[in-house]
Write a protein that binds this ligand. Structure first.
Ligand code: GLU
Length: 307
């Protein structure tokens, strides 16, 4: 299969749609991004990463970081993770607080904000947010094969300054005794991992282990056990795209995760990892043109899980 040709076709096909959707503005530093940007990259088993458009430009991965923190926490604490977070889609917005009270401080899944705050808490030992962030960075840098990957501190600060909703969620979780570390410590790690800046190429390469049973197919290093990898993919398929996860499965049929920075990560099991970036979002928070590009990709490759 000629993936370079396929990517070239996709960039032409989405061209009339560039700029569609609305850039997230609730984090002021994200509002400045050019909505016409588009990049896409595919990493395959041999470690080759093919890219098109602005595939080398770093963007704010936002909630896509939740996939990596989820994977690391699940591998670290195992089934204990499920004591404080569920694995059901919400049918609500990513930052909703309504279900939390009725469901006694147990967020529906690890890929919404409240669930990711619980996950972040599991990554932190002895109230040391810096060490947890360093761990996430090391994993990403090693598997993306780029030691320069880092956090956009301006985005992290912008999010913290405007983070009343995430603070509310975290304090609410704490009121149920569901955070082991101090609320501000957990939030400081949460805001920073959301502000990780990666290019599509780096993101696709770093996530390749999720397509290959939890093992980086290039280095042979295991990041998560195979049965956990299967479950992470299941949660991505059912919960990865806010309140349009069903729509995404319907159109694309791959496990994935959207971020409000306009990125989408999609996993094609046994084939590869795909990252796409286009900042304009639909009403649910998923990249409009990114989803379109992935739809084209699965039509051309037959990589849908339901092909
Ligand atoms: N950092 C963002 C927030 O917590 C993540 C939102 C997202 O990408 O879904 O609001």
């Amino acid at each position: 299969m000629d993936l370079d040709r396929i990517l070239a076709e996709i960039v032409d096909e989405i061209a009339p749609h560039r700029g569609e959707g609305r850039v997230a503005t609730y984090i002021p530093a994200l509002a400045r991004v050019d909505p016409r940007k588009f990049g896409m990259a595919i990493a395959t088993r041999d470690g080759a990463v093919r890219g098109v458009g602005e595939a080398d430009e770093r963007f704010s991965v936002q909630s896509i970081s939740k996939v990596f923190t989820f994977a690391l926490a699940l591998e670290k604490v195992g089934a204990k993770l499920w004591e404080r977070v569920g694995r059901e889609p919400t049918g609500s917005a990513f930052n909703s607080i309504v279900q939390l009270e009725a469901e006694k401080g147990v967020p529906r899944n690890p890929l919404i904000n409240a669930g990711a705050i619980i996950v972040t808490d599991h990554l932190i030992e002895a109230n040391d947010a810096d060490a947890a962030i360093q761990w996430v960075l090391t994993v990403l840098r090693d598997h993306a094969e780029d030691q320069s990957i880092g956090i956009d501190e301006e985005v992290a600060a912008s999010e913290s300054e405007t983070g009343a909703r995430n603070r509310s969620l975290a304090w609410f979780l704490a009121s149920f005794g569901h955070l082991d570390n101090a609320v501000e410590t957990v939030l400081s790690a949460y805001f920073r991992h959301c502000a990780l800046a990666l290019s599509c190429r780096q993101l696709a390469r770093a996530a390749l282990f999720l397509a290959f049973d939890g093992e980086d197919p290039v280095t042979g290093e295991r990041i998560v056990a195979p049965q956990r990898c299967r479950r992470i993919n299941a949660v991505m398929m059912t919960c990865g795209h806010y309140d349009n996860s069903g729509e995404f499965a319907f159109r694309i049929g791959l496990p994935g995760k959207s971020g409000v920075g306009g990125g989408i990560l999609a996993i094609a099991p046994k084939k590869g990892a795909i990252a796409v970036w286009s900042p304009g979002l639909n009403d649910a928070g998923t990249s409009t043109v990114g989803a379109l590009a992935l739809e084209r990709l699965i039509e051309k490759t037959g990589w849908s899980a339901f092909a």
